[in-house]
Design a protein around this ligand. Structure first.
Ligand code: UDP
Length: 165
């Protein structure tokens, strides 16, 4: 009998990264992208954009009630950002690990080779963003990139199987 089906391979993932205004301003974009590729990520799509206040508030809506929300959105609109759609097995978890802890000082102490340790400034200006879950990766990827790229992401995780049974 011939079996035709599909196997879900959740390890192949896409995640949404941003290079934040501090790192764009101080000329670190190329160095950061080099490190991203050296760590095995494929940059599937890339966009340079200045966020409006409304866009920054929408992107960070989950933090609306936090005391740092105002400072965060002011920072995120202080200059252009670079959004990157990254693909790799375990992209979501591995990108968070490559970035390091949120606070730059903590990153320097605990993960000195991480991107935030190397390129961040402080607890708000920390050089990079990364989705923290599958759900936020899907939402944030859709915020930045078109439906086709999002659809491909799903298709990339489905491996066709044709086998004799
Ligand atoms: N942030 C801040 N003060 C804080 C915590 C966070 O300014 O006390 C900023 C920082 O830029 C961080 C972003 O808000 O990257 C989102 O915070 P989150 O806790 O989600 O950290 P992340 O997922 O970026 O590591």
């Amino acid at each position: 009998k011939l079996f035709v089906g599909a196997q879900y391979t959740p390890s192949v993932e896409r995640t949404l990264a941003m290079i934040k205004p501090d790192a764009v301003k101080n000329g670190s974009v190329d160095s950061i992208v080099e490190k991203i590729e050296a760590a095995g990520f494929v940059v599937v799509a890339r966009k340079n954009q200045q966020l409006s206040a409304a866009q920054a508030a929408e992107f960070y809506a989950e933090h609306e009630a936090k005391p740092f929300f105002g400072g965060l959105t002011t920072f995120m609109t202080s200059g252009p950002v670079v959004a990157l759609l990254l693909e790799k097995p375990d992209a979501i978890k591995d990108w968070r690990a490559l970035m390091g802890p949120t606070n730059t000082e903590k990153a320097r102490a605990e993960a000195p080779e991480s991107l935030r340790a190397l390129f961040g400034t402080d607890g708000t200006m920390n050089a990079t963003h990364g989705s923290d879950s599958f759900i936020s990766a899907a939402r944030e990827a859709a915020f930045w990139f078109s439906g086709d790229l999002i659809k491909e992401r799903t298709l990339a995780m489905i491996k066709p199987i044709i086998s004799e049974t």
